[in-house]
Design a protein around this ligand. Structure first.
Ligand SMILES: Nc1ncnc2c1ncn2[C@@H]1O[C@H](COP(=O)(O)OP(=O)(O)OP(=O)(O)O)[C@@H](O)[C@H]1O
Length: 676
């Protein structure tokens, strides 16, 4: 379940929500928070206070799991670190409440940073296990350490005061915590719609594709892990105040399970789900506390944990999207019904307006800024490479091409590969390949199946490390570095096996191509301080889609596109990064004849605009027609490299590439020449 599940790209700047659904939601929540202390019974008030306290670590966990796709079973560790630090600073060091609270949050974040740096190199189940282990370590440490009061814990530090007023009842405490939860909610919502938030979501969909667009996935993961711990630490601070004694119970495994349950019940697709989940689990927890001893006399806390486990399993089986999915589906049904009624009332003209409204899922406004002018207008960066339109109706041949980067003069080596080798056990996938790619040219890289073409691409882009050899891009050696290093410098690629960001729409995919051109990080994203940056990149992404004749599908979920159009979308996404070197891995596969022609025309025009392209393609005729030079791999070995004419007539290529039967080879060669 992905966080922005098929969410349309909706840019946002400014701190406060600008989307109708969010404004209504936050206002309603604020009103509910205001009236709860006047209406709730003391028992309910107690549950409400703990729900708000646990909503904070749940929001953090929701960002970590839902947005970044990292499962954590140790969120209680950071909750406990926040609580203990706060209590210790108050009780042992007699610090002011505000300083102690900040100390609690900072301690949780520092701990997360320290453990996150090595831990976040792990993936999937390994990371989940590592966080589980961390939870146990913290629990045992606080239980055994004299300084943390062993099993007794820390107590005797008093209640908080605001402007001299003691917060000494549940109603006041509820109002004391609520603004922080609302603030946390708005910050988290802002993050999900920011450059960094969309990058996290993209990493969740395809780490390789995100890296290839310049996203430093590891750094981003560490940051969101640290941020998530900050939310947990703040929750711990409030918990310490509320319970007035911080004991090892706060770090127990069941707290992590409760937090996990909150996020899953609420729905991994939404920060709202974390808050709803916190209230549901607190109610459930109270219910189970009464219910379990009634069913099983003498049952202990472990049985309650089993109860949680059962609920978790049931939710995952019956309601994998959690409450959020239910609400979203219901809301979409309501809005589409209203839209259908309006369409009936207004006739065909009204009906024509429907798809745009529905694309948003009814949860807010669709992108307000359609790219209305001529393709190319309002574009950032150098427009010097844009090719001016020369004809009105020949869109493929005359529309401006996306901006490319030309860091070196045409003909200068932009990529140099020396002795590149990759061994898999006994298999030598690529064997001592040495190649130079001059700037401003198209180089074809061809060879029979299994020749080592994709392996070469993977080593050049950093997807895999070479066994030996060097890759120099724009004069810097990048072999063995992560793909984002080359991407940041202007090297990007497409994939033989498509790597689509399925959690967002087509526009959202191409927008991610702009990542390396943006600057705003997590903090600016949360505070909504992205300025016009995000809108500008959205405009450019729209522009590219229009140029590539995909403007009509920009609001569709990327995964719903036909295969050929997904491939074209990947090309758009790569071009959006304004690359200096573009590696295309079988871009024609799955395209219709017309799409192939369109792509071939585009590649020629991009080359004319200064872009360097390396093209792996099985359609040899297309490669021969397009490329300025052709390199041929066979069994991992570079057997020929030169202009298409000489390669076409190279006896080694004819034999190795077309087969050993000379007559058959000649016939096939003739056929190729006719097509070329
Ligand atoms: N991870 C791996 N482990 C073992 N062998 C591998 C691995 N990846 C690739 N190979 C082998 O390396 C060789 C080259 O594979 P590669 O995918 O690079 O070829 P290719 O030229 O791109 O083929 P195709 O045109 O069919 O995509 C093949 O023999 C393949 O089986």
């Amino acid at each position: 379940m992905s966080y922005l599940n098929k969410a349309a790209l909706r840019s946002k700047t400014g701190f406060w929500p600008n989307n109708r659904g969010t404004i209504i939601g936050v206002t309603l929540l604020a009103v509910v928070i205001l009236i709860v202390p006047f209406t709730a019974t003391p028992a309910m008030m107690n549950i409400a206070v703990f729900s708000l306290i646990f909503a904070l670590p749940a929001i953090g966990l929701s960002l970590l799991m839902g947005l970044a796709g990292q499962v954590s079973l140790g969120q209680a560790a950071f909750f406990a670190i926040g609580a203990y630090t706060h209590a210790i600073l108050l009780q042992k060091f007699e610090m002011p409440g505000l300083v102690a609270a900040v100390g609690g949050v900072v301690a949780a974040m520092l701990a997360a940073l320290l453990v996150g740096l090595p831990m976040l190199r792990l993936r999937g189940h390994y990371l989940a296990l590592a966080t589980l282990g961390l939870g146990f370590i913290v629990m045992i440490a606080v239980r055994e350490w004299e300084f943390t009061g062993r099993t007794t814990g820390i107590y005797g530090y008093g209640r908080p005061e605001v402007f001299g007023v003691p917060i000494d009842n549940n109603g006041l405490f509820f109002w004391f915590v609520a603004p922080f939860v609302l603030l946390g909610l708005v910050l988290a919502l802002n993050l999900t719609r920011s450059r960094a938030g969309r990058a996290l979501s993209a990493v969740n969909d395809s780490e390789l594709a995100a890296e290839s667009l310049g996203v430093n996935t590891y750094a981003l993961r560490v940051k969101v892990f640290t941020l998530s711990a900050g939310f947990a630490g703040l929750g711990g601070v409030f918990y310490a105040y509320q319970v007035q004694i911080v004991s090892p119970q706060v770090a127990e495994f069941h707290v992590s399970v409760e937090l996990l349950l909150m996020v899953v019940i609420g729905g991994l697709g939404s920060v709202w789900g974390a808050i709803a989940g916190a209230f549901i689990v607190e109610l459930l927890s109270e219910g189970l506390r009464d219910l379990i001893p009634a069913i099983i006399p003498g049952a202990t806390g472990e049985v309650q944990l089993i109860g949680y486990g059962l609920v978790l399993i049931l939710v995952i089986i019956l309601l994998p999207g959690g409450l959020y999915q239910v609400v979203k589906t219901a809301w979409a049904a309501i809005t589409s019904r209203i839209a259908a009624r309006r369409a009936d009332a207004t006739g065909p003209a009204g009906a024509a307006a429907l798809p745009g409204g529905a694309a948003d899922g009814g949860t807010g406004e669709a992108p307000t800024r359609a790219f209305g002018g001529l393709p190319g207008e309002g574009r950032s960066g150098s427009d010097a490479n844009d090719v001016a339109a020369t004809s009105d109706d020949d869109a493929e041949g005359s529309a401006p091409v996306p901006t490319v980067s030309t860091p070196v003069a045409a003909g200068t080596p932009i990529l140099e590969v020396r002795g590149l080798t990759k061994r898999y056990g006994g298999v030598v996938a690529v064997d001592d390949v040495t190649l130079t790619v001059p700037a401003g040219q198209i180089m074809g890289l061809i060879g029979p199946n299994g020749a080592g073409k994709t392996t070469c691409f993977n080593m050049i882009t950093g997807a895999i490390a070479p066994t030996s050899g060097t890759v120099s891009f724009l004069g810097s050696e990048i072999q063995g570095r992560k793909p984002h290093v080359g991407a940041e410098a202007g090297l990007t690629r497409t994939f033989q096996n498509l790597q689509v960001f399925s959690s967002t729409d087509v526009l959202g995919n191409v927008y991610m191509g702009r990542y390396r051109k943006g600057r705003a990080g997590i903090l600016r994203g949360m505070l909504g301080l992205q300025g016009r940056e995000q809108y500008r990149h959205e405009e450019i992404a729209r522009d590219i889609l229009e140029t590539m004749q995909l403007g009509d599908v920009s609001g569709l979920a990327a995964g719903d596109l036909p295969f050929g159009r997904q491939r074209m979308m990947e090309v758009c996404r790569a071009l959006a990064s304004e690359p200096a070197l573009l590696l295309l891995d079988e871009p024609m596969a799955g395209l219709s004849g017309r799409e192939r022609e369109m792509l071939a025309t585009l590649l020629r025009r991009l080359r004319d605009a200064g872009l360097t392209i390396v093209l792996v393609e099985h359609d040899v005729a297309q490669v021969m027609a397009l490329a300025d030079s052709v390199a041929v791999l066979d069994d991992g070995v570079l057997i020929a490299h030169g202009d298409p004419e000489s390669v076409r007539n190279d006896p080694a290529v004819i034999v190795a590439y077309l087969g050993t039967d000379a007559e058959e080879a000649e016939a096939e060669l003739k056929e190729l020449e006719e097509h070329a």
